[in-house]
Design a protein. Sequence first.
Length: 159
Amino acid sequence: MALGGKEAFYTALADELAALLDGERDPIANAANTAALAYDRLEHVNWAGFYFLRGGELVVGPFQGKPACVRIPLGKGVCGTAAQRRTTVVVPDVHAFPGHIACDANSRSEIVVPVIDGSRLAGVLDIDSPVLGRFDAHDAAGLAHMVRVFQSATALDTL
Ligand code: SME
């Protein structure tokens, strides 16, 4: 992607997501379309989807990619770490991240963005790439924008 291109790309993607979710409040429907849009539009991505907090642990939600591990305790793996810290975690090399949970052996880098509903942790958006160092600060900002669009369109309290 051209230098400076990621910001414009993510602005357009957030607009596209807002249009896609417009008029629908269902959390499963909106999470499914958010994951599908991310998987379809982002380059060099082999998994995109959600884990939602259920009974104190993360449980896999709508996603695109290979079948994934179902339950992740808070604090475990990249997803559980982002959920526990309530901050976005960018992992340039998953093999260098202690405790990384390998769902697809092709994954080399990963980004996880928490979904915070008010003061409550609702879950995380997780994106994996087969390319080392695929995600940078522009991706973190752009995906956080996507999560905000998803949240404002969605009745997360009905999840
Ligand atoms: N790699 C993640 C697990 C989920 S899969 O990538 C879909 C982790 O370490 O939390």
